[in-house]
Design a protein around this ligand. Structure first.
Ligand code: HEM
Length: 530
């Protein structure tokens, strides 16, 4: 080895354990430092295969970032079922095998995220956190794509693109602005409850390890007899819950924009494996006219006194990604990814989401995204959906007939599974097809309850954060928001109103001071004093 190479590659000792660099065609690379040129100062040549391959691959190294939840971190581990739901056998409610047999472990991966910011945005943002879990069950994959907070801003999927547009940066200036966000929210009173959580300390979890998770939308469990119940899922961190005040978040952000990724990664490297317990809330599968909200409305909490949190299992994260891009960036979760015994409800957000996820992943990762190891189930996949870019399918390896890529067939190929003895859950409908809001909107009741349930310091923070954000909004938006908060709780509305007035006065005084300091007269006076 030349002296120069030794300097680059370290000592001879370390060289012994190292493999030779090759091109992607398997050719050994003898010079990875100098492009081929005419003379050592001359123009480059086009047949410079290694260089052109290297640069053109680099030019394609990134895939489009997620349209939402672009900033994230992930890890791997397992789910262990308790085999029970509370004190009852879980089979009473669901035939999903992932929950049966106390102590059984199912491998999984998790991706945590923020929502509105782009791929490298600060993890101290006041923003919901994504909490997406992919379980590689014996019946194929189950994705539970949730958030840290238990409710959401809106209840109809039709509004989601507008909401995200309003929450992201201004399309002209590319500057995020609370005015655009509150403009949308002030015309969407159902968001009052979520805004109450988001502007309290619950809006900035301290780390991913110290936050809760929730499926948010209402799902169904189905048992052997085809009987269904409505369920909500909740993850509780065994590490405890920790949130940040705005001031604490600002201090972290000044030094580190990726503190939550770092915390997760480093804790797993240290062998401190984070754990969450999974709880469900259960309701019979009907409209529940006795409640003042609709059980399919994701802006509402199910009161735990009526619908207790029942433990069903726990999750442990014990492995970091080996390659972030392959295992986390390209991970693809979706609400349509359910296994037998788990089902959708008619929750309108859930129904809209279910189309969106796989649709965006076909664009973001590619038509064959499900063939990537992180997304592929850990059970055999035998399907006729092949080809497209980057397909790696070999029908002989999959045990199929390479000539028959359709079904049904009399000459071979794949065939339908045997019908199981399970009775299907087949809900019946008798209603007009319509575009209409739900009946029990009750946009303010729970927002008020949540406001009153906060500790004093949390309410203080909430008012401070809302006042700061609203003080720079159009007066019409301020007025509308004060109206919503007042409907939720009179004290809430009054304090936000006073907070905005106080903040605006402070800003006016600061502006005056600045003007005075920068006026020529002030400068002359300062010079004289010197
Ligand atoms: C990610 C759509 C509501 C949680 C995404 C993505 C889309 C999307 C397109 C990017 C997926 C990807 O590129 O792989 C929607 C639509 C919604 C909706 C249309 C409403 C109609 C929600 C709600 C929650 C949620 C209510 C919380 C329960 C998440 C999470 C991710 C995500 C956690 C990130 C998944 C990951 O880590 O890859 N959503 N979303 N979304 N969404 Fe939603």
């Amino acid at each position: 080895m030349t002296e120069e190479k030794e300097m680059r590659n370290g000592s001879k000792e370390s060289e012994q354990k190292r493999e030779t660099l090759t091109t992607r065609q398997g050719h050994p690379v003898t010079d990875n430092q100098n492009i081929r040129t005419i003379g050592n100062r001359g123009p480059a040549t086009l047949e410079n295969y290694h260089f052109i391959e290297k640069i053109s691959h680099f030019d394609r190294e990134e895939v489009p970032e997620r349209v939402v939840h672009a900033r994230g971190a992930g890890a791997f581990g397992y789910f262990e079922t308790y085999g029970k739901v509370g004190d009852e056998p879980v089979e009473k409610y669901t035939r999903a095998k992932v929950f049966s047999g106390a102590g059984k472990q199912t491998p999984l991966m998790v991706r945590f995220s923020t929502v509105a910011g782009s791929k490298d945005s600060p993890e101290t943002a006041r923003d919901p956190r994504g909490f997406a879990v992919k379980m590689y069950t014996e019946d194929g994959n189950w994705d539970l794509v949730g958030n840290n907070l238990k409710i959401f801003f809106i209840r109809d999927a039709m509004k989601f693109p507008d909401m995200i547009h309003a929450f992201k940066a201004d399309p002209a200036s590319n500057i995020p602005s609370p005015q655009r966000m509150f403009d949308f929210v002030s015309r969407s009173p159902e968001a009052t409850h979520m805004i109450t959580f988001l502007f309290s300390p619950w809006g900035i979890p301290a780390t991913y390890r110290h936050m809760q998770g929730s499926g948010v939308n209402t799902y169904k469990w189905v048992n052997e007899k085809g009987e269904a119940v409505l369920v909500k899922y909740h993850w509780e961190p065994k590490q405890g819950i920790r949130n940040l005040t705005q001031e604490e978040a600002d201090a972290i952000q000044a030094k580190n924009v990726g503190h939550a990724t770092q915390d997760l990664y480093e804790s797993i490297e240290r062998g401190e494996y984070p754990e969450w317990e999974l709880f469900v809330q259960i309701m019979s599968d009907d409209e529940h006219p006795e409640l003042d909200f609709d059980p399919l409305d994701d802006t509402k909490l199910w009161p735990p006194e009526q619908f207790p949190f029942l433990p069903v299992g726990k999750m442990v994260l014990n492995r970091n990604p080996i390659d972030y891009h392959a295992e986390i960036e390209q991970a693809a979760f979706g609400t349509g990814v359910l296994v037998d015994g788990l089902d959708f409800s008619d929750d309108k957000m859930l129904q809209g989401r279910t189309f969106s996820y796989s649709d965006t992943q076909r664009y973001r990762v590619g038509a064959n995204y499900l063939k990537l190891p992180v997304n592929a189930p850990k059970v055999p996949v035998r399907t006729n959906q092949h080809r497209g870019q980057m397909d790696v399918h070999r029908p002989d390896e999959a045990g199929g007939n390479p000539h028959v890529n359709y079904e049904p067939s009399m000459i071979g190929g794949l065939q339908e599974a045997e019908k199981t003895e399970h009775i299907k859950h087949e809900p019946q409908y008798n209603a007009k097809a319509t575009s209409a809001p739900i009946d029990r909107e009750n946009n303010y009741g729970q927002a008020g309850e949540t406001y009153r349930s906060f500790e004093d310091w949390e309410r203080e923070e909430l008012i401070k954060n809302l006042s700061a954000a609203l003080s720079i909004c159009d007066p019409r938006i301020q007025e509308a928001m004060i109206y919503h908060f007042t409907q939720a709780d009179e004290d809430y509305g009054r304090r936000v109103k006073e907070g905005i007035q106080r903040k605006m006065k402070e800003m006016e005084e600061m502006k005056k001071q600045e003007e005075q300091q920068s006026s020529p007269g002030a400068n002359a006076a300062a010079d004289k004093a010197e």
